[in-house]
Design a protein around this ligand. Sequence first.
Ligand SMILES: Nc1ncnc2c1ncn2[C@@H]1O[C@H](COP(=O)(O)OP(=O)(O)OP(=O)(O)O)[C@@H](O)[C@H]1O
Length: 218
Amino acid sequence: MLLSVQNITKRYPGSDPDLPILNDVSLELDTGETLALTGESGCGKSTLLHLVGALDGFDSGEIHLDGKALSGLDDAARAALRRGTVALVFQQFNLIPSLTVAQNLAFHARLAGQEDPDHIAFLAERLELHDHTHRYPEHLSGGQMQRVAIGRALAVRPKLLLADEPTGNLDERTGDLVFDLMIELVKQSGTALFLVTHSRRIADRLDRHLLLSCGRIA
Ligand SMILES: Nc1ncnc2c1ncn2[C@@H]1O[C@H](COP(=O)(O)OP(=O)(O)OP(=O)(O)O)[C@@H](O)[C@H]1O
């Protein structure tokens, strides 16, 4: 089991103690498996993704990622996890404006001390970015920017890719193309995917689909 979320409860400071944002949430994800999480706006989807990505803590329960209990990790260990085991793609592309496409693609892998030029070149080719590697993010389309963000995440060869509405800022046609490329690469590399989406159509393309409703898995 790559990911195990057990009975997680999460409140934000100032939120109603009787109405946790996440209430006794449990789920599991195997190596290489793809999972979609849908649910109405504000039900806690992004919150859950952030907890799994060790970006935020929880009140009770436990999350095991690749055999490690997240509650027991200090800040340095959380950061190390985010540089290797798990990678994130958000709706906002979050590219570094002062770096070229090639440098953005390599950025996280370089931080993790595992830059592999052949792998970066492979990703650039597969994501159809090879003609744009010397360009800067401000000169790219939204679809191109998100393909860079996906490549940058996959360049660290993560075991788990967390994606929060990765095509939410793109028109449907561009979003579908980007999504197709992401799924193809994820499947080919054996990376597990935990995807938050509003789209039932996209959710149905993954191995499994869970619905979050009022802070609980429905
Ligand atoms: N840092 C925070 N501090 C306090 N409350 C927060 C914080 N982040 C999120 N919330 C609240 O937690 C609830 C869940 O937010 P979350 O972003 O997880 O929902 P979501 O299901 O991803 O929503 P959407 O589909 O609209 O993106 C919301 O009521 C939100 O206002």
